[in-house]
Design a protein around this ligand. Structure first.
Ligand code: FAD
Ligand code: NAD
Length: 551
């Protein structure tokens, strides 16, 4: 049996090595267009910044090492140019020799990935993408002697490259078309990332794009100019589906290769994995692009199982992702509020600001977590987190809970590891479950940061139950300060309709329960002052992020 694999990185090489472990006597050929296989594409930005010093550390395997250990026939600088699915034959070009040849297959795996997208504008041909080792070499060379860089796109690649260029000492400006950085986050969490970029002197220009690049000068759509010795393209990728289209395989409107639940394309014995394929969204079954290494690797393993005669069960995609932005971690899984509202779901939203471990143990750091819950079913739709430490664990636990079909209130009963250096007896994830439970049972009612103005306009009284010192350091305009421990003695100052708030929501909940027992309508400001302050200018009190559309 001869199996040919097109693309020798995340999905392709996972498939190749697993195939060898399952089918010892199969002939396995991997054809890779670039000069490298099985390289650490996720590590490329960190070599640009010098964090990963040795270039060789990115090169996990070579054709020779893969041949020796796995008996794979790996050919780099070999580009597949055509597939004849009827004849089960493909044509490829040896890019060094300049010659074409054909090879037949019994099974074919397409793992061509997704290519960086750069819109055409004068000078766009000099924008540097970052996908391959060759791209990395070009960027490292461009950085030498450079003083200023403009990075297009404040997504994953844009922010990772911006940080690494800054670490190299360059002046960096990130230009982002959307109104916020890091689209997987909702705006009130994304501003925390934007603030971190500002703290590290990375300028961010949102709501605009690059229109030309010439004479070391970038011009933006608003007519302003920026000095740039190099221009980086991090504005998204597109599935490399040219080969699939040429072969007559079914692709979506966006060019994603359509596969079934066994990773089979529309042609017999042709499979596809990784960034190039259409994924199924975990919540609504829609077809979505998800360009992540975890999924590509998983699919590579699974396609090998299928070719070896096993039936697989491929779960839909949550799109769980994480990124380092200087000292911050930002991570997300599933749907954010923007997505849930766009889908017309009735949702409950929970913001918390827990410490990553017990506050009395040295080094505790506060993080921001957000949970989006289906109000009708209690299903966890998604979660986001931003913080200095501990975010990765919480998002992964929630991603696992979603995958396991746990409801939001089930999070309250998770049996999670705890000792003071690592967490709290009430872990941040279980705390989210407690809040979800309180909301689901009507034990508490919350008001979101963007609903506060309407609640106050409707006659509610805003009571700050924090300490005098906290209030003096920053407060919501119009709030009445009554520290929680004084509340029982000052009930006469309160009306029938009260919104309470504290720093993060915990004392507010205690106050809300106390006041509810007096017969008042009480709502607790979700996420407390911290969430409100992230969404507003601390000096003027005016809103600095948009209200979620549909809220
Ligand atoms: C800079 C960077 C950082 C990233 N960081 C992360 C991260 O931290 N976490 C994460 O989850 N994901 C990350 N990703 C995304 C992740 O790398 C991809 O999701 C993953 O590599 C996709 O695997 P794949 O096998 O589908 O495609 P790829 O890994 O892109 O491999 C496809 C290969 O196919 C080759 N090819 C294409 N067409 C042909 C052809 N016709 N003939 C021969 N060869 C061909 C290409 O040259 C390419 O090498 C990052 C991506 C980049 C670019
Ligand atoms: N840590 C990680 O998980 C990680 C790291 C790197 C890459 N990746 C994957 O690689 C893929 C590609 O990364 P990416 O950063 O190129 O894409 P991305 O989709 O993450 O971000 C692209 C950004 O560019 C913006 N944009 C689009 N057109 C623009 C324009 N004309 N001008 C300015 N901004 C514009 C978008 O609004 C978006 O914010 C991602 O989808 C991601 O899944 C993941």
């Amino acid at each position: 049996m001869r199996i040919v694999i097109v693309g020798g990185v995340a999905g392709g090489m996972s498939a190749a090595t697993r195939l060898r472990r399952l089918l010892d006597d199969a002939e396995i050929i991997v054809l890779e267009r670039s000069g490298y296989v099985s390289y650490a594409n996720c590590g490329l930005p960190y070599h640009v910044g010098g964090v990963i010093e040795r270039r060789s550390a990115l090169l996990l395997q070579t054709p020779a090492s893969l041949g020796a250990r796995f008996g794979l026939d790996v050919r780099v600088r070999h580009e597949v140019t055509a597939v004849d699915t009827a004849a089960k034959r493909l044509t490829y070009r040896d890019l060094d020799a300049g010659t074409d040849a054909t090879v037949t297959y019994d099974a074919l795996v397409l793992a061509p990935g997704a290519a960086p997208f750069v819109p055409p504008f004068p000078g766009s041909d000099r924008a540097l993408p970052l996908r391959s080792v060759e791209d990395t070499d070009a960027m490292v060379a461009a950085v030498r002697g450079a003083r200023a860089a403009v990075v297009m796109g404040a997504g994953f690649i844009g922010l990772e490259v911006a940080e690494n260029l800054r670490d190299r000492g360059l002046d960096v400006t990130v230009v982002e078309l959307a109104g916020q950085v890091l689209a997987p986050l909702d705006p009130e969490l994304a501003v925390l990332v934007a603030d971190e970029l500002a703290r590290h002197d990375v300028a961010v220009r949102t709501g605009t794009s690059v229109t030309s690049y010439a004479d070391r000068t970038v011009t933006l759509a608003d007519g302003s100019t920026l000095a740039a010795d190099l221009l980086v393209a991090g504005i998204g990728v597109r599935a490399e589906s040219g080969l699939a289209t040429q072969a007559g395989l079914a692709v979506t409107e966006r060019g994603l290769i359509v596969v079934d639940d066994q990773l089979r394309t529309s042609a017999p014995d042709v499979y596809a994995v990784g960034d190039a394929i259409a994924k199924i969204d975990a919540h609504d079954g829609s077809v979505v692009p998800v360009y992540l290494a975890n999924l590509a690797n998983r699919e590579g393993r699974r396609v090998a199982d299928v070719i070896a005669g096993r039936r697989v069960s491929l779960p839909p995609a949550l799109g769980t992702a994480i990124v380092k932005v200087f000292g911050l971690t930002a991570a997300a899984t599933g749907w954010n509020e923007k997505r849930a509202r766009a889908a017309g779901r009735s949702i409950r939203v929970i913001h918390t600001h827990p410490a990553d471990h017990a506050g009395y143990y040295p080094g505790a750091q506060t993080m921001t977590l957000k949970l989006v819950v289906d109000a009708e079913t209690d299903a966890i739709l998604g979660a986001q987190g931003v913080g200095r430490t501990g975010v990765d664990k919480r998002i992964d636990v929630i991603a696992t809970a979603i995958r396991g079909g746990l409801a939001a209130t089930d999070l309250a009963d998770l049996d999670l590891a705890y000792a003071p250096p690592f967490g709290s007896a009430k872990d941040p994830v279980t705390m989210l479950g407690f809040v979800a439970d309180n909301l689901a049972t009507g034990t508490s009612e919350t008001v979101q940061w963007h609903e506060l103005a309407t609640a106050l306009a409707g006659g509610a009284q805003l009571v700050d139950v924090r300490s005098r010192g906290e209030h003096a350091a920053g407060s919501i305009p119009g709030s009445l300060l009554i520290p929680v421990d004084e509340l029982r003695g000052r009930l006469g100052e309160l009306g029938d309709d009260v919104v309470v708030h504290c720093a993060v929501g915990v004392r507010g909940h205690t106050a809300a329960r106390m006041l509810a027992a007096t017969g008042r309508r009480v709502r607790n400001l979700d996420g407390g002052y911290r969430t409100w302050a992230a969404a507003h200018d601390p000096v003027t009190g005016s809103r600095r992020v948009p209200i979620p559309p549909g809220a």
